[in-house]
Design a protein around this ligand. Structure first.
Ligand code: ADP
Ligand code: MG
Length: 219
């Protein structure tokens, strides 16, 4: 599904060069559940951004679904991001003024597609929030807010779900529930990649990779 070869990422801060990724080779199979662990600053988010075509590598190649993204235009990359990838973040990033339903439907608005109310409702059922459709984010618990964010990530029918520390703001019980939800999505056919600090959750993925100083090792 996603193939990385010799991927490097260098950030420039003034005259300073920061090597966030130093030669990553990684194959992520369709339908796989991969977890990425590693200390703070080891390059996990940088790697996830490249996996999600939010960023291009400074060096190396990325193939997404057989397509080499190197020679792709910005609009081509944008199409992949919007149609094939769903993102979930630690901070949820819900719109406070919108209901659960409207938050989940938002990606459809961005791609100017008609909102299929039944489909949006079905996604909300999938994440277990059928009784919260008309609630607003400030009426929800953290675990519920992350469920909304996950449903929203699925609105455009992506193939891959990328989650950057999705349980970072949640207690143990809610973290476990979110993990189980991600696992159930894998069983529905999604490819799932989760960055986490939680070793216990990481171990429950199909495979875990460890990042350290921008270098990847397999555990
Ligand atoms: N946009 C950026 N500009 C400059 N440096 C960055 C940027 N993003 C990340 N970095 C640096 O790259 C390194 C890896 O960061 P990151 O990928 O966020 O690691 P992690 O998610 O594992 O904490 C860190 O040293 C960080 O400060
Ligand atoms: Mg990070």
């Amino acid at each position: 599904m996603i193939e990385l070869r010799g991927v490097e990422k260098v950030y420039h801060r003034g005259a300073e060069e920061l090597h966030a990724l130093r030669g990553i080779d990684l194959d992520i199979g369709k339908g796989e559940f991969l977890s990425i662990v590693g200390p703070s600053g080891s390059g996990k988010s940088s790697l996830l951004h490249i996996l999600g075509c939010l960023d291009r590598p400074s060096k190396g190649t990325v193939k997404f679904d057989g397509q080499n993204i190197e020679h792709m235009s910005e609009s081509g990359l944008d199409a992949i991001r919007r149609r094939k990838i769903g993102f979930v973040f630690q901070q949820f990033y819900l719109m406070p003024g919108l209901s659960v339903f409207d938050n989940v439907a938002l990606p459809k608005v961005f791609i100017r597609e008609k909102i299929d109310a039944e489909k949006i409702a079905a996604l909300i059922v999938t994440v277990g929030l059928q009784n919260r459709m008309k609630h607003f984010p400030n009426q929800l618990s953290g675990g519920e807010m992350q469920r909304v964010a996950i449903a929203r990530a699925l609105a455009n029918n992506p193939e891959v779900l990328l989650a950057d520390e999705p349980t970072g703001n949640l207690d143990t019980e809610n973290s476990d529930k979110i993990f189980k939800l991600l696992k159930s999505l894998q069983l529905r056919g999604y490819t799932v990649v989760m960055v986490t600090h939680n070793q216990e959750l990481a171990c429950r993925a199909d495979r875990t990779i460890l990042l350290k100083d921008g270098v990847c090792s397999f555990t």
